[in-house]
Design a protein around this ligand. Structure first.
Ligand SMILES: NC(=O)c1ccc[n+]([C@@H]2O[C@H](COP(=O)([O-])OP(=O)(O)OC[C@H]3O[C@@H](n4cnc5c(N)ncnc54)[C@H](O)[C@@H]3O)[C@@H](O)[C@H]2O)c1
Length: 329
C-alpha cells in the first residue's frame, strides 16, 4: 500500500454500501489495510455474503455490518448518524442479469440508492460520495476506445438505472457543488465473485467446469469486454476517492485491453484442464457487443491502473474457486 494512500486514509471513517459483495468486500479489506479507523458495511445480502468479510472481521468492532437497504432513506440516515463517515463508497446494486427477472426493480434500486445518498450528502450528513457506476451505461461501443463522453445507450434496465443515477449525481454536483466522484469500472473478475444465480462469465464458466459441466458460449462468443482484476479496480477507487482533481469527475476504470468471451472461456478451460466441446447457445438479448475503455482520464491522475496481467489474474481467480469458492457451488 503506497504511503501517500496510508496518509490519506489513516484514522478515516467510511461507509461502504454493497460491502459484503464481490468488489465491495475487497474494498473493505483495502480500506482497513490503508488504516481506516471504522468501516461500516451496508448490505441487504441480496447477493452479499458474510464469508466475503472474513478478513475484515479480524478488525473486530472497527467493522460494523448493517443489514439494511441502502435505498431506504431512514435506514441510511441512521447508519450515517451512527458512523459519522468522512466518505461513503456506493457499490450496492442488484446484478445485471436480475434485470431480466425484474426489470423495474433492477432499474429502480440503482436510482433510489443514488437519491438517498445524494440527499444525505446535501444535508451535510457526511463529507464525500464515491459512486461506483458501470461501463454498461455506454451500451455497445459506438467508437473505441470508449471514453467518458461515449453516448449512454443502456441496453438493460440495470444499465438504464445506473445511467439515471449518474445523471442525477452529476446534477447534484452542478446544483449544490457537492463532492461526488463517479467511477465507471468495466468488467471485473477475481476471487469472491458470485458464482451462483446471476453469475458473470468468469465465475459461471469456472463453476461449470469444476462441477463437471460444459462451459456455455452465448451467441458466437465474439462479444468483447474490457476485463480488469478486482484488486486493480479497488486500488484505483482508493486513489481516486482522495484525489482533489477527481472531485465532481466521472472516470473509467479498466485495463484498456479488449478480450472476447471465447478467449476468456478458452483461458479458463485450459487452466481447469477442460478439453471437451463447449455448449453453444443462442445469444442473450440486450447483450453488449463490444467494450474497450479509454482510461486516459483516470491514468492522468493516478498512473497505470491495470497492473495485474490477465493470465495471473485468472490464475489467482481459478485457484480461489478451486480452494474456497467451490465449497459454495
Ligand atoms: N462486477 C463487475 O464486473 C462490475 C463492473 C462494473 C461496475 N460494477 C459495479 O460495482 C458495484 C459492485 O458490484 P459487484 O460486482 O461487487 O456486485 P455484487 O452483487 O457482488 O455486490 C453488490 C452488493 O450490493 C448488495 N445490495 C443489493 N441491493 C442492495 C440494497 N438495496 N441495499 C444494500 N445492499 C444491496 C448485494 O447484496 C451485494 O452484496 C456495483 O455498483 C456494480 O454496478 C461491477
Amino acid at each position: 500500500m503506497p504511503s501517500d494512500l496510508k496518509r490519506a486514509y489513516a484514522g478515516k471513517r467510511v461507509v461502504v454500501t454493497g460491502g459484503a459483495g464481490f468488489i465491495g468486500s475487497h474494498l473493505v479489506d483495502a480500506l482497513f489495510a490503508a488504516g481506516c479507523e471504522r468501516v461500516g458495511v451496508v448490505d441487504n445480502f441480496f447477493l452479499g455474503n458474510m464469508e466475503n468479510l472474513r478478513t475484515a472481521e479480524n478488525y473486530g468492532d472497527r467493522l460494523r455490518v448493517y443489514r439494511e437497504d441502502a435505498a431506504e432513506a431512514t435506514a441510511m440516515a441512521s447508519v450515517v448518524s451512527a458512523e459519522k463517515p468522512d466518505l461513503v463508497f456506493n457499490l450496492a446494486t442488484k446484478a445485471l442479469l436480475y434485470s431480466f427477472f425484474n426489470p423495474a426493480g433492477a432499474c429502480r434500486v440503482n436510482l433510489d440508492i443514488a437519491i438517498t445518498l445524494a440527499e444525505l450528502l446535501r444535508a451535510g450528513a457526511y463529507g464525500k460520495l464515491l459512486h461506483v457506476s458501470t461501463s454498461e451505461v455506454y451500451g455497445s461501443a459506438v467508437h473505441v476506445p470508449m471514453d467518458e463522453n461515449h453516448p449512454q445507450l443502456a441496453e438493460t434496465s440495470y444499465a438504464a438505472g445506473k445511467s439515471a443515477a449518474d445523471t442525477l449525481l452529476a446534477s447534484y454536483v452542478k446544483m449544490f457543488d457537492l463532492d461526488i466522484t463517479t467511477i465507471r469500472p468495466f468488467n471485473n473478475y477475481g476471487p469472491r465473485q458470485n458464482s451462483g444465480a446471476l453469475a458473470a462469465i468468469v465465475p459461471l464458466t469456472a463453476r461449470r467446469i469444476l462441477s463437471g459441466q460444459r462451459p456455455i458460449v452465448q451467441g458466437d462468443g465474439k462479444q468483447t469486454r474490457d476485463f480488469i482484476f478486482v484488486e486493480d479496480t479497488v486500488q484505483a477507487i482508493l486513489k481516486l476517492a482522495v484525489h482533489e482533481a477527481a472531485k465532481g469527475a466521472i472516470l473509467n476504470v479498466a485495463s484498456g485491453r479488449e478480450t472476447s468471451m471465447i478467449e476468456i472461456i478458452d483461458i479458463l478451460s485450459s487452466l481447469l484442464e477442460f478439453s471437451g466441446e463447449y455448449d453453444w447457445q443462442p445469444g442473450r438479448k440486450a447483450d453488449v457487443r463490444r467494450h474497450l475503455a479509454s482510461v486516459e482520464k483516470a491514468e492522468a491522475l493516478i498512473g497505470p491502473i491495470a497492473t495485474t496481467d490477465m493470465h495471473s489474474g485468472i490464475e489467482r481467480t481459478v485457484r480461489w474457486y478451486k480452494d474456497v469458492g467451490s465449497l459454495r457451488f
